[in-house]
Design a protein around this ligand. Structure first.
Ligand SMILES: *Cc1c(COP(=O)(O)O)cnc(C)c1O
Length: 332
């Protein structure tokens, strides 16, 4: 597909509204418009959260959604932490099933997939509610067919290590919410322009955290090191899946604090690898770290073999080529 990721949409989506008392009935509606009052809470006070998950087509034509339950649970958590109305998880699951089923024929074959973007926004027209939640909300399931993320060939990313600023306020880190991305935009734009970096790896006070939209994994021989879960960063479902597969493959998984100093020291070893994990790109190699104007290659500086092996192991399950031993797929 020659178009940019996430710019092609299927013409309909499932939608449901919370009227202040209860959720209505979900309906399939056109996906190219949403009427909002200009005073809607989301437009002023960022009461918004979303999810990103994928449906895959298998060789026999069947369509499967990857880790739907975990994504819905995270949407419920984000909604709760933002004081949006509590979602009905069973209803959202049915809305995802309905939307994917509606466009099942248009789910691209691997390495493509159907990207699913559940979105929950505060819709109450109330500009006086800067410090109060929206009583009304809207939840919809937008879907977008996506192609091979690595169509241009897999290259290793350049990351700027930012040890001063943070991606977002620490108590907001585990919420998948629009304001966090807006908050990270300026440092990322600056790093692209000034250091030719692809992404910023946020390391507040030297604590290696994550980039603007992906988790960070250091792979040193048979050990994977990544930050232990706390409320300061997003708990990626790809991160969890990769760590699970790494354990299955007999690797050691260390979820703990990783400092910039340790990262740079380990990166100098020739066999060291680093990667970013997230639903869109699965697992992408990191080749170069930029710190205080100096560049450090991670291992060979090229995409590494263990990163490729872990990505293939995850893709094999998603694509129906390996047994789904952990029950991660939901057949539509
Ligand atoms: C979505 C996201 C991730 C990756 O989460 P997945 O569930 O693996 O897609 C990591 N960090 C941030 C900030 C994100 O928004």
């Amino acid at each position: 597909m020659a178009t940019a990721f996430g710019t092609v949409f299927m013409p309909e989506m499932a939608r449901v509204d919370f009227n202040g008392q209860e959720w209505g009935r979900a309906a399939m509606v056109p996906s190219d418009q949403l009427v909002l009052h200009p005073g809607a809470h989301v437009l002023h006070y960022s009461s918004t959260c979303f999810e990103g998950l994928k449906a895959f087509r298998h060789q026999d034509g069947s369509v499967h959604v990857f880790r739907m339950d975990r994504n819905i649970a995270r949407l419920a958590q984000s909604s709760r932490l933002l004081a949006l109305p509590e979602i009905d998880e069973a209803q959202v699951a049915q809305m995802i099933r309905d939307t994917v089923a509606r466009f099942a024929d248009e789910v691209p074959a691997p390495p493509g997939s159907l990207y699913i973007r559940p979105t929950h926004i505060g819709t109450e027209p109330a500009i006086g509610k800067a410090a109060a939640p929206s009583t009304q909300s809207c939840l919809y399931i937008l879907v977008s067919p996506v192609g091979d993320y690595f169509a241009g060939g897999a290259t290793a990313l350049r990351l700027l290590l930012e040890d001063q600023g943070m991606r977002c306020a620490p108590h907001m880190g585990m919420i998948k919410s629009g304001g966090n991305y807006a908050s990270a935009l300026r440092p990322i734009t600056q790093a692209r322009a000034e250091q030719q970096a692809d992404q910023v790896l946020f390391c507040p006070n030297g604590d290696v955290q994550e980039t603007g939209a992906a988790n960070f994994l250091l792979i040193d021989g048979d050990e994977i090191i990544t930050k232990a879960l706390d409320e300061s960063f997003l708990h990626g479902i790809t991160r969890d899946s990769i760590l699970t597969l790494a354990r299955d493959l007999g690797m050691r998984v260390s979820e703990r604090q990783l400092t910039v100093d340790e990262l740079l020291e380990r990166a100098a070893k020739p066999e060291c690898e680093a990667a970013l994990s997230g639903t869109a790109a699965v697992l992408t190699s990191v080749g170069t770290l930029i710190h205080h104007g100096q560049e450090y290659a991670v291992g060979s500086g090229q995409p590494g073999p263990i990163t490729a092996k872990l990505r293939q192991a995850l893709n094999a399950i998603q694509w129906g080529e390996a047994e789904d031993r952990h029950g991660w797929l939901t057949r539509i």
